[in-house]
Design a protein around this ligand. Structure first.
Ligand code: HEC
Length: 110
């Protein structure tokens, strides 16, 4: 009996944790989208439906690469042999915490 109760409460706790994790994920993605929308210069000036769209970024891109693009675009352009220009966003423009949320948001786009 006690054992069954224990199993049940462990299961309930696990469910609760999963629920909290999902809520936190949604919060992070919402924040990431807000960072994307608020960034200056605007990401959408160069990434929109017409050119270099990011709306499928998560199908192939990783969070690590997204962060590297945002912090060190010149190096990424060189590394990938891509022509073009993208400004670097330092921690003054996009904090480390915001960068994590932004990368999670980009990876969620599929
Ligand atoms: C002045 C133009 C410009 C701005 C502003 C800009 N980018 Fe870019 N970005 C580029 C170009 C050019 C590339 C390389 C071509 C490509 O892969 O889209 C690129 C590449 C990327 C990539 C890699 C895309 C891929 O398919 O692997 C990501 C991710 C990215 N940018 C995110 C951002 C985010 C987030 C912002 C805003 C915080 C931003 N960019 C602002 C021009 C810009």
């Amino acid at each position: 009996m006690i054992r069954r109760l224990l199993v049940l409460s462990v299961a309930a706790a696990a469910l609760l944790c999963a629920g909290v994790a999902v809520a936190q994920d949604a919060e992070v993605l919402e924040k990431g989208k807000a960072v994307f929308d608020a960034a200056k210069p605007a990401c959408t000036a160069c990434h929109n439906e017409k050119k270099n769209p990011l709306d499928k970024y998560g199908a192939t891109g990783t969070a690590e690469d997204a962060k590297a693009w945002i912090r060190t675009p010149k190096e990424m352009l060189e590394k990938t042999g891509t022509k073009g220009m993208m400004p670097a966003y330092s921690a003054k423009k996009i904090s480390d915490e915001d960068l994590e949320a932004l990368a999670a948001y980009l990876v969620s786009l599929k």
